[in-house]
Design a binder for this molecule. Structure first.
Ligand SMILES: [Zn+2]
Ligand SMILES: [Zn+2]
Length: 351
């Protein structure tokens, strides 16, 4: 019996009888963060870090009794197994889960990045014997520019659109990316508006003390002239909808790690792509694996075959594991987000 095992319900700890980010309903689930491929419906009890409770509770409509929380770094013992949550730097409230029993330590990263984004609790390196890591961008072609440079590009694009008489529409998924954009963009350039689905997530995070520049939600009452020179932050799925008609003429930008791929921007009908990702790139993935000191690595979603092969070439025992995590697929259009966008569009059409 291993300390952690890979089952068709999720990552399982038999000694404690709990699952980590399970994708099928279980009795007790430990959840790394609020994205819908990790925090799923239908479990009896949820345990997560304090700062992700409001989002998870909102998205899954959980009662007070069904969700329990713990502070980053505090261990909780279940049948002799110690579990603790450590910042993953992916989105606000995201965590890696450390599991320790009789001197054996495992870490499950969930989704993570090493670069500080000014909004998520900064990534903390946790040493372990066995590491379960994502590999969403586990290829050498993925090599992110520092965040400051990407935001310089975004700000210049916004100013250029302004002088061309265009509205700037920047897409990012609703939980994490949108708030990262709001936090880091140069708010002195012009007014900022958000889609209703972005506003919902943002308000929840602001209520937890995350400070952001002023923005307004786009409402049916807004007339076209309200948006002159403005930046609109919305989910990717909003760009094909009627919701867009008020902003014309506009330029569409997409903020996603996939934008470093040639053709990805054009396929999505955008004018500009900004390779801003909330996942580790190739060099940080390798750095993280090395610095944890792990002797054994299990690679989940992403380029798991390629990356584990590469690790084996480096002399590290590595295995591919099948999970139901979606990587940045969820960044383009995750299930919950699709629903939220749909609801917003319906409201818009009824008004
Ligand atoms: Zn995620
Ligand atoms: Zn994920």
């Amino acid at each position: 019996m291993g300390l952690l095992e890979f089952t068709d319900r999720g990552i399982y700890c038999p000694q404690a009888n709990v699952y980590l980010d399970p994708w099928k309903p279980v009795e007790k689930a430990l959840i790394t963060h609020g994205h819908s491929d990790h925090a799923r419906f239908g479990h009896k009890h949820y345990l997560c870090v304090e700062s992700s409770v409001p989002i998870i509770r909102h998205r899954l409509q959980l009662s007070d009794e069904s969700i329990q929380s713990v502070k980053y770094g505090d261990a909780i013992s279940i049948n002799g197994v110690d579990f603790s949550f450590h910042p993953a730097g992916h989105i606000p409230g995201s965590a890696q889960i450390r599991v320790s029993y009789k001197g054996e330590v495992w870490v499950f990263t969930g989704d993570y990045k090493l670069e500080h984004d000014n909004i998520s609790e900064p990534f903390e390196l946790v040493r372990c014997h066995s590491l379960i890591t994502e590999s969403t961008f586990g290829l050498p072609v993925y090599n992110w520019k520092p965040q400051g440079e990407i935001f310089n590009d975004i700000n210049s694009w916004w100013r250029k659109n302004q002088s061309d008489g265009k509205v700037s529409i920047l897409t990012g998924y609703t939980l994490g990316k949108s708030q990262r954009i709001l936090k880091n963009v140069d708010a002195s350039v012009g007014k900022i508006f958000v889609h209703g689905a972005v506003e919902v997530m943002t308000k929840i995070l602001q209520a937890q003390g995350i400070s952001l520049p002023d923005f307004e939600r786009v409402t049916p009452e807004h007339k076209k002239n309200h948006f002159e020179g403005a930046l609109i932050v919305c989910p990717p799925s909003a760009t094909g909808s009627l919701w867009m008609r008020k902003f014309f003429p506009y330029s569409i930008g997409i903020a996603s790690g996939w934008m470093s791929l040639r053709g990805a921007r054009r396929r999505r009908g955008a004018d500009r792509g900004f390779a801003l990702s909330d996942h580790v790139d190739w060099k940080d993935l390798n750095r993280a694996v090395k610095e944890t000191g792990a002797e054994r690595v299990f690679v989940t979603h992403g380029y798991s075959e390629v990356f584990s092969h590469w690790l084996r070439d480096q002399g590290i025992e590595a295995h591919v594991v099948k999970t139901a995590y979606e990587g940045e697929l969820s960044e383009i259009a995750e299930g919950t987000e699709k629903q939220e966008v749909l609801e917003e569009n319906n409201k818009e059409q009824q008004s």
